[in-house]
Each structure stands twice: as C-alpha cells, then as structure tokens.
Design a protein around this ligand. Structure first.
Ligand SMILES: O=C(O)CCC(=O)C(=O)O
Length: 357
C-alpha cells in the first residue's frame, strides 16, 4: 500500500492510542459443558454466563468450543497463501459493484478507507438478494463466490471451516435464546436457511499506525460474529461501562464472539451490539477470519413478540434484511457523502412509544 494516502487518515477524535491497555475484563467462557454426553446435563450456569456477557459486554471469548484446530490451521495457511499471490492474481477475483464477493482492498468504513485487504465468500448457494434497497424495485441480484484458479485448496479450506462455524453459531444462538428466557431453538428458527458470510482479513504493516485503522469503528449489522484472530492483536472494543477503547488480548485457539445488531433488535435492546475497530502496527502483518451469521435475505427483523409488552414496548420498526444489506453493500464499496444504513434508522423514539400506550 506504500505511502499513506489521505483517504486512510482518521479524523483526530478517531485516531487510535498506541499505548492502549489490554482488556482483562472481557469474559472468557468455557463451552466444555456442551460437549458432555450426559443428556440431563445442567447448562444453567453457562446460560447465565452467556447472558451476563451479552448484556454487560456485547463481546466474549469462547474456549473448548468443539471446533477442531486442524480446520483453523488449514484456513489460516490458505489465507496466507492467497494474500501472498500477486496483486494481478488477486484482482482476477475482485469484487465489483454488483457482486460484493471476492478480493477487495479499498473498503471504506464510515467513509474512511480501511488499511486492509479482504476476501469474502457466501455460504448460501445460490445467494439471491434484492438488487436495490428500494422495496418497490423487484429486481434481484445473485452474490457469487469467486475462487483463485491457482490456489485450489482455498475453496476446500473455506468450505470446511465454514461448516464448523455454522455448528458453533447454532450452539451459541441456543444459549443466547435460553438466556433471554426463550425456548432453546427460538432464534435458530430464523437462520435455518441462513445466508452467512466468511471473510479473510489481512492487515499489512503500516507506516502510520497512529493515524489509520485496519477497520474503522463499526457495529456488525448481522446476528452474531465469530472471529478468529492471530497472535498479533489489534482488535479494540468500546467498553460499555466507560466508553474506553480496550484491546482484546489474543487467546490461543479461542474465538471472539460479538452480538450483532440483529440480536440487539430481537432482544429489544437487552443485548446491545458494541462498537469495535482494528488497530494496525508498523512491523507485523495481522490476519483474522470473521464469520458473519446472517438470516436469509427475505427475513423481516423485529423485536421478539415474547419480549415486548406494555412495560417494554417494541423499540424498532420491522425492516427487511435483504434491502438493508443491498443498501449497506453499496456504502462499503464506495465512499458516499451520507452515513450508511443503521438499525437506529428503524428505532421508534420514546415520544412515539408513549403514543402507543
Ligand atoms: O480483524 C478483526 O479483529 C475484526 C474484523 C472486523 O471487525 C470486521 O471484519 O468487520
């Protein structure tokens, strides 16, 4: 990427502090009770731990999660090989304005360019989505995976790993559902036909890590994210208690889980999606692999009926996930002069809430 182009420079208030402390407080949750063969096993303390982590942090790490290490090692190796290909080879599988999948090195978050290169793929085949965010526009688009010709092992590694991520996502969603007082599979029902994405991230060393970010501050618009980070570190989370940015310490073979905006809406704000961002450094490249759990594009996202009542009125209007995604994809692709779409655009403000009583 060479010299720092002004397009990467964050506004002063968003520039990272390089002497940041590591977050000791982020809960590390041991999922081994789920691996028990005892059908009468009591998961209540695990469910309570998950509920507390979602409520107080919106972020947690899981260990003993049941994902065999060999799948992670295989995809990490394939990702390194992919990003080591020549720019010309990578550009052969570039995303474009119509298809957001494949290689990309000019992503913008909040209209500032990110210091990273990515490779995105969908797990749903075919993945048909609205071509536009306008409800009256019935044109459809198909998201297509693109694979580099000269690296056949990438496809296999990504597909095997993604299957493991789906299994883990189902387990986590069951625990989250129970922690909200809902039946175990209540939330899983929304992702039966899920259209999730897997992303490979590479953050190259940067000559000005105090001015730029690998990914600018953002919340994930999806259900939840399962992130594998390497041992370099750089992910920062905005702590709910005091709004400070804190670094998530890499824990070998753990996964970092964060609540996405859709869980925030389903839970009617009981669990909030939390802002996070990625710092880069001047010496080491960093790799990470987020798995984004998405519902199908036809899903209407709204607070769960069981969780709303006269004392806790719905805080969001229903919105269509496919239309939301179509609008979001455009703003990630190009620099726009407007803020990209957020769940806050569907929020019902308290004055209106009062009128409903
Ligand atoms: O690389 C990371 O640690 C986080 C990546 C992330 O937040 C994203 O890709 O949306």
């Amino acid at each position: 990427m060479g010299e720092v182009d002004p397009a990467f420079i964050q506004a002063l208030e968003h520039q990272p502090k390089l002497d940041i402390t590591e977050a000791e407080g982020i809960p590390v949750i041991d999922l081994s009770p789920l691996n028990s063969s005892d059908t009468d096993a009591d998961f209540s303390s695990l469910v309570a731990e998950i509920g507390d982590a979602c409520k107080n942090w919106g972020f947690f790490q899981v260990i003993n999660h049941g994902v065999p290490l060999k799948f992670r090692e295989k995809i990490e190796l394939a990702a390194r090989k992919f990003f080591a290909l020549s720019k010309e080879e990578k550009k052969k599988v570039s995303r474009d304005e119509v298809n957001p999948l494949g290689y990309y090195d000019t992503e913008h978050t909040k209209n500032v360019r990110d210091w990273k290169e990515v490779f995105d793929l969908t797990l749903k085949k075919p993945n048909i989505v609205p071509a536009s965010h306008q409800s009256d526009d019935k044109e459809l688009n198909q998201f297509m995976n693109q694979w580099p010709e000269n690296l056949p092992e990438l496809k296999e590694a990504c597909e095997e790993y993604a299957e493991e991520m789906v299994k883990l996502a189902y387990k986590l969603l069951e625990l989250i559902s129970l922690s909200l007082g809902l039946p175990k599979t209540r939330l899983n029902d929304f992702i039966k036909d899920h259209a999730s994405f897997l992303r490979l991230n590479r953050y190259p060393p940067c000559p000005a890590p105090h001015l730029v970010l690998g990914v600018g501050r953002h919340k994930d618009p999806i259900v939840l994210t399962i992130l594998a980070q390497d041992d370099v570190g750089g992910l920062e989370v905005k702590r709910k208690t005091d709004g400070e940015w804190i670094l998530v310490k890499p824990t070998p073979n753990a996964y970092i889980i964060n609540v996405g905006d859709i869980i925030q809406v389903w839970s009617n704000d009981k669990y909030e999606s939390v802002e996070h961002r990625v710092m880069v450094n001047s010496e080491k490249e960093r790799f990470s692999i987020p798995f984004f759990l998405n519902p199908t594009s036809s899903t209407w996202v709204k607070p769960m009926e069981e969780l709303i009542n006269k004392q806790n009125l719905a805080k969001y209007k229903p919105y269509n996930w496919g239309e939301f995604l179509a609008k979001r994809a455009r703003s990630n692709y190009e620099k726009l002069d407007i803020e990209n779409i957020q769940i806050s655009h569907f929020r019902i403000y308290s004055r209106k809430l009062l009128l409903f009583i």
